[in-house]
Ligand binder design. Sequence first.
Ligand code: 5AD
Ligand code: SF4
Length: 440
Amino acid sequence: MKTHIITYGCQMNEYDTHLVKSELASIGAQFVDSIPEADFVLVNTCAVRGKPVEKVRSLLGELRKEKEKRDLMVGMMGCLAQLEEGQQIARKFAVDVLLGPGALTEIGKAIEAKNRFWDLSFREELTHHLPPAPQGQLSAFVSIIRGCNHHCTYCIVPTTRGPEVSRHPDLILRELEQLKAAGVLEVTLLGQNVNSYGNDQPGFPKFGELLRRVGQVGIPRVKFTTSHPVNFTDEVIAAMAETPQVCNYIHLPVQSGSNRVLRRMAREYRREWYLDRIRAIKEAIPDVVLSTDIIVGFPGESEEDFEQTLTLYDEVQYDSAYMFIYSPRPGTPSYKHFQDLPREVKVERLQRLIEKQKEWSYKKNQQWVGRTVEVLVRGSAKDEGYAEGHDRGNHPVLIPAAQAPRPGLYQVEVKQATPHMLFGEVVGSQEAATIPLMMA
Ligand code: 5AD
Ligand code: SF4
C-alpha cells in the first residue's frame, strides 16, 4: 500500500507519526511524498487551537473529492480524532480509519479491516511499544510520558490524551541505546509534562533521576520538553547542572504573568513561584537558554494583566517565546464559562508581545557573539551557501557550507546574531557523521 502521512501539531505528533510509520513499514507499506501517488492518506491532527482544526477540515474536504474520483483510503489520527468535534468532521468527510492518540498500535488492524475502522481506546500496548530507531537521522525524539494530569482551563489535551502514563525506564533506556547505535547525536525526551515522569508508577525513578540515567547512555546531547513550572523541582535543576549531556536549554511555559489570569487558567502556580524557579535555574545553570509559551487575550485579561506578562518577560529575559492568541476550544472549562475577548484586543496585544520578544531575542543572541558553541549541523540551509544546525541552547545557527561539509557536531565561533539566529565560523569538528551533506 502506498501511504502518505501528513503531520500537524507538536513534537509528540511527529514521534507518533514515526511510530505509526514503522508499524506500517513492518506490514509492507511503502511511503510516497504526495497525495496523488497515495492509496492511503493518513492525517495526524492537532486540536489545541482552532487554526490546526480548520487546516484538517479543509484537507479532508479535498481528500473527499479525491475519493469520489478514485480508490483512496483516508485515515485520521491524533488529538482531533479523540474529540466529538473530530468525529463529526470524520463522518462528514467519510474518513475510513480513525485512531485516537491512545490507539496508534491498532494501525495494522485498521488497514487490514477493509471496512471502516474507528478506535478511540487508550491501550496498554502503546506504553510498552518500542519503535525502531529512525535511519539516517542525527536528532530523534523519545516519548517518556503520555497524557496530562493538569487541568488548565483553556487546554483540550487532558481530554484528547488522557491521564499521565509513564513509560518503563528500561524501555526508554533501550530505545536510547538503539538510537545511539544508529548514530543519533541528540535526543529530545517528550511528554505533555515531562516533570511528572514517574509520579504515576511506584518504583519508577523521578524525572531528575531519569535525566541522570539518560545521560549515562552517552548520547552527546539530551533535551526535553515540555515542562510544567509546578513540578520543576530543585532535583531536576541539579540533575541538569550535573549531567554534562543535558543541554542548557529549558522550555518553561508561563502562559501569563498575571496572578489573576494564572488563577483563572488553573495553572497551579503564581508569578512569584515561577520567578523563583527561574532564579534557581539561572543560579545553577548560568548559560541557560530559556523559552516559553504565552497565551494573550485569555478571557477577562485586562490591560493591567497583560502588562504583567510584559514585565515578567523583562524579568525573565527569555531567549525566545511561542506566543498564541487565546483560542476557545469546545470541551474546555474556559470555553464553557468565560466570554472570549474581542479579536482586535487579542491581536493588538500579540503584536506588542512580539515586539518585546524580538527585542529580547536580539539582545540575548548578541550575548553569544564572540563565544564558541557546539553546533549540530543537519544539512544545507535555505540561504544559499550555508549549512544550518542548532547549538546546545537550541539557537538556529548558519555556517558557510564549505566549512561543514557533512552533518555532525562542530565547534563554531559566533560572529553575528539577529533576533532569529546566530551566524558563525567553524573552529573545530568533533563527531562528523557518515552521511554526506544533502544539498537542497
Ligand atoms: N488557546 C491558545 N493557546 C493554547 N495553548 C493550549 N491551549 C490553547 C488555547 N486554547 C498553548 C499553550 C500551550 C501550547 C502548547 O499551546 O501555550 O503551552
Ligand atoms: Fe494542557 Fe496544562 Fe496539561 Fe500543558 S499542563 S497539556 S497546557 S492541561
